[in-house]
Design a protein around this ligand. Structure first.
Ligand code: ADP
Length: 353
């Protein structure tokens, strides 16, 4: 069931176009990540959905209720929408119970039970209810912020880079915990982040923004393997773009003939190869071989930059390599491609988005 519908929403700040006719539909219970470089309009979109800003034009509806119709908006507190900010924004002078209490009716008879339940929902020990925010770790503070937002039983939860202030290891743990909590509660959630790895692992739907526009949305694997343009391709991960001649179900490239869905296109095009598609082997006597230019060690994710001379052309390729078997810089290696190459849609060749 479609729950949140954003239609043709635009917003300007003076001469800056923050959002340019953004449309997005979100299914009930799904987890959506809005990604894009800094300044692309992510926060503005989230703030409009939350009710902190009014759009200049366009509509936002939640379960059929109109939240915004151009500049006419329903006030934030009347929306069934929770919001967790980057720094949690807890009240520093109140203990955890006091912070959580903001979302609960004052004299509710089951208040103590609700507080305990909220703590358990976010996987925190109810004994922490008497602590002040400065007596909690960053990760614990973010869970309290989430619990406070959950107290009002929202239909939609908005998460504005809530993990960005946390250390890498903790970030992963808290992100997984938050994802679990929201899934269990069946709450639709939208996460805004500039971290593509975070987005790919959190979301079941990804929306990519650039220059105030939503350039592509869909399943994370779909966007990763079949991006609409080169900037989205390279924003979502490492990759190599190669010019190739288009055949019927394949492309002819300096790496040889590669299977590719070509949908009846002809002529030349740009194909994307992800590093995990490029497999290195011992050099072949009949060539062509590539030379390892550099290796970047990143623990479980390591990459090698390769240079391949094929006839007139020289190609630079990024391959993922195993950390236990790093190739030597300067070594000659054979290159094989696994899976399909992805032919970018035609418009991208002219610099379209
Ligand atoms: P993101 O969250 O992707 O970094 P934002 O939505 O914060 O992007 O900003 C989009 C654009 O709108 C940017 O150019 C930003 O400078 C501008 N902008 C955002 N908020 C304001 C504001 N209150 N006043 C003026 N310009 C703003």
């Amino acid at each position: 069931m479609t729950q949140l519908v954003v239609s043709d929403v635009s917003k300007r700040y003076g001469a800056t176009v923050a959002l340019d006719r953004v449309s997005l539909s979100i299914e009930a219970g799904s987890r959506v990540a809005v990604v894009g470089p800094s300044g692309s309009g992510k926060t503005t979109l989230l703030r409009i959905i939350a009710g902190f800003e009014a759009p200049d034009a366009g509509r936002v509806t939640l379960d059929g209720q109109v939240l915004a119709d151009g500049p006419a908006i329903a006030p934030a507190h009347r929306r069934r929408v929770g919001y967790v900010a980057q720094d949690g924004a807890l009240f520093p002078h109140l203990d955890v119970a006091g912070n959580l209490g903001f979302g609960l009716p004052r004299n509710a008879p089951d208040r103590a039970d609700r507080l305990r339940e909220l703590m358990e929902m976010v996987e925190l020990d109810p004994a922490m209810l008497t602590r002040r925010p400065d007596e909690l770790s960053g990760g614990q503070q973010q869970r309290v912020a989430l619990a406070r937002a959950l107290a009002r039983k929202p239909a939609l939860m908005l998460l504005d880079e809530p993990f960005s202030a946390l250390d890498t290891g903790l970030r992963e743990t808290v992100r997984q915990a938050v994802g679990r909590v929201l899934s269990r509660a069946g709450i639709t959630s939208i996460l805004v982040t500039h971290d593509q790895a975070e987005a790919l692992s959190f979301a079941d739907q990804l929306a990519v923004m650039r220059d105030g526009r939503l350039v592509q949305s869909g399943r994370p694997d779909e966007l990763y393997w079949r991006p609409h343009d080169s900037r989205t391709a390279l924003f979502l991960g490492e990759g190599t773009l190669i010019e190739a001649e288009i055949g019927d179900g394949f492309v002819a490239s300096p790496l040889g003939r590669l299977p590719a869905p070509t949908s009846g296109r002809r002529g030349c095009g740009t194909v994307l190869l992800r590093p995990e598609q490029i497999v290195l082997g011992p050099p072949r006597s009949e060539g062509p071989n590539a030379i390892v230019q550099s290796v970047s060690f990143g623990g479980s994710r390591c990459f090698a930059q390769l240079r391949l001379a094929a006839g007139e052309t020289e190609l630079l390729l990024t391959a993922q390599v195993e950390s236990i078997r790093l190739p030597a810089v300067g070594a000659a290696v054979s290159v094989e491609v696994r899976g399909d190459a992805w032919l970018l849609p035609e418009a991208d060749r002219h610099g379209g988005s």
